[in-house]
Design a protein around this ligand. Structure first.
Ligand code: GLC
Length: 404
């Protein structure tokens, strides 16, 4: 094993279980593009998909170690529900760990870095078996409102005892990992091309207001709640349009159909557009009068909130998880926060923005200025790199044994 002293190249083996472009996965792509010299990053994914090419474009080496499909696609809610299926998953997990151990021995990394709940567990076992320190980058809140209670207990215990260091994507996520000694918050930052460095002077567009929700469609993202808020929005602003930008991934196609059915049932379907996947979310954000983040469950971080803010778009968001860390600067609100799952409050906040767009744009300007320095990916890369370097150093006791 190469042991990296400061200044030496640190070799990192990054593990992710999915190749779908979810939030944590896109954060990884941006992190890889922002890493400075001194890191040799190899990524192993447990499934093939669009992420492979996106990661490869950043210059890192990517390979796929196909794991049992059931293991890769098992939902958060089904983890730990004792059943025969679990036994099959345990066997699949054992095979995957064996494969990961082979990958670790081939790559000889200084650090194994894991990015998803499944790889936290599988990578930890593989890393420990091979004697390589493991760093977890936790993008999910390890809490009962997000995961089955048993999975929460196991993950919290592992977080305290297994990894050399733990990174969390927000203070809210970090707060769900009590007792972890080496715990660092690394906000997933935006890439320079996602932001407007200078905002244009506000001008009336003369166009109908566009209420947007950007990101994958799914029950934890709240497109349904926003559709339900639309009748009240349209009462006040009859020409408004709701645009759902993004595609259903992780098996949420049925949810997307439900969104369409609900719009029809409420008679607002003429005012609801589903764009499907868009290649350039920044351009889509620029079209919006207000960007809504409607997650009914606490969002671990909420990258899309940052993405809207760095385009100068006013934001309405649910007040839970990591989102208030983005939309509050001390006591100063940088957007409108509403209680999660409260359709009436969501409608009122959207109406308030549409009633006075210039006032909302003034708040958005302050949010933009605050976000540029706090959430850029260069900061993320510096924070993560420092943790890697620290984790890669052999512990004094182990170093002594080696020289004895
Ligand atoms: C996960 C979280 C999301 C966060 C992203 C990046 O997708 O659900 O809240 O923004 O990871 O950390």
């Amino acid at each position: 094993m190469t042991h990296a002293a400061a200044g030496r190249t640190v070799r990192v083996l990054v593990l992710g279980h999915t190749a779908e472009p979810g939030g944590a996965e896109l954060a990884l792509v941006r992190l890889c593009s922002a890493l400075g010299a001194g890191f040799d990053v190899r990524v192993v994914l447990l499934a093939d998909g669009p992420l492979v090419a996106r990661l490869a474009m950043t210059g890192v080496h990517v390979s796929v170690l196909p794991a049992d499909r059931d293991l890769v696609t098992a939902s958060r809610g089904s983890v730990g529900a004792a059943s025969w299926r679990d036994l099959r998953r345990v066997l699949a997990a054992a095979r995957t760990v064996a494969g990961l151990c082979r990958a670790v021995r081939a790559v000889r990394p200084d650090v194994v870095h894991t990015t998803t709940l499944k790889t936290h567990v599988l990578g930890l076992v593989a890393g420990r078996l091979c004697g390589v320190p493991v760093v977890w980058y936790v993008h999910d809140r390890v809490a009962d409102d997000y995961l089955p209670a048993r999975a929460v207990r196991v993950l919290r215990w592992l977080a305290r005892h297994g990894p050399r260091a733990v990174l969390a994507n927000s203070r809210a996520t970090a707060a769900t990992l009590p007792g972890v000694r080496d715990l660092t918050v690394a906000y997933p930052g935006f890439a320079p091309e996602q932001a407007l460095a200078v905002l244009p002077a506000p001008r009336g567009t003369g166009r109908a207001p566009v209420v947007g929700i950007v990101g994958r469609l799914g029950p934890t993202k709240g497109q349904l709640e926003l559709v339900r808020a639309m009748p009240a929005v349209l009462d006040r602003h009859p020409d408004a349009v709701l645009r759902c930008v993004g595609a259903p991934v992780f098996g949420a196609e049925e949810y997307a159909r439900e969104v369409v059915r609900e719009a029809r049932r409420l008679g607002v379907d003429g005012h609801v557009e589903l764009t499907g996947f868009v290649a350039d979310p920044a351009a889509a954000l620029d079209e919006l009068t207000v960007c809504v983040h409607a997650s009914p469950v606490p969002e671990p971080f909420g990258q899309v909130v940052v993405e809207a803010v760095v385009r100068g778009v006013p934001v309405v968001a649910t007040d839970a998880g990591g989102v208030p860390e983005i939309l509050r600067d001390g006591d100063e609100p940088l957007g409108r926060l509403v209680p999660p799952g409260d359709v009436d409050a969501l409608a009122r906040a959207v109406v308030a923005v549409l009633d006075d767009v210039p006032a909302a744009l003034a708040v958005a300007r302050r949010a933009h200025a605050a976000a540029l320095g706090r959430f850029d990916v260069a900061t993320t890369a510096r924070t993560v790199s420092a943790v890697w370097r620290r984790a890669a150093r052999p512990r004094p006791a182990r170093a002594r044994r080696r020289t004895a």
